[in-house]
Design a protein around this ligand. Sequence first.
Ligand code: ADP
Length: 248
Amino acid sequence: RDRRDPVLSLENINVSFDGFRALTSLSFQIGVGELRCVIGPNGAGKTTLMDVITGKTRPQSGRAIYDQQTDLTRLSPTQIARAGIGRKFQKPTVFEALTVFENLELALKTDKSVWACLRNKLTSEQRDRIDAMLSTLRLSHERHRAAGMLSHGQKQFLEIGMLLVQEPHLLLLDEPAAGMTDAETAYTAELFRSLAGKHSLMVVEHDMGFVETIADHVTVLHQGQVLAEGSLREVQANEQVIEVYLGR
Ligand code: ADP
């Protein structure tokens, strides 16, 4: 497949809450294998956009075409997750009482019933996949520790790993570096750059320093619409963007 093909094509999405327009004719595309940052001031519509893509919010009109064929606005959140779209919320949500390894094990078996999760042993191939993921996350030495004992940044990495073992095509991440140390933030950037290509990523981010280290391409949202799009340098030089961020 051509890398320039869109993995996601948002077409004229409209969302309003009791007459308040959170997204207005929002349209943009994310290419296969791209690492896209979505930025914008508070209230711009970033969370609503992720909610639309994951089926949590149904738009009044518009389409969200995934992989050039499936309109996500017609699917349930479960169907969307099964289609290969993973979402990470800002706060880490790991199973604190389980070990780091067990968290990844559960994530890997997520499509099974709870009973099947408990009963079925991991295959050696699955075990290898978890080991490789632990190494990627730099958590090998913590594998038998309860996830609740990890640092905030380590929990964030673990949750990213829980998404990755499910081998998503498109990953949506909400401020993944929030609350991380500088070293953890730098490693997150490195990790994301290594994931791009194989996966497509959409990162909602406030930290411009972080955006600068990761993004190929930035989309600026403002009042539920695309205000600007381009490299970070291009959008930072855009008069309207400067006004929105600094003007008031
Ligand atoms: P961002 O994530 O960019 O800060 P949001 O998508 O959370 O922006 O919100 C966009 C706008 O929509 C905000 O003005 C917000 O108050 C409003 N909004 C979001 N969700 C709801 C809701 N469920 N009911 C009413 N208004 C909402």
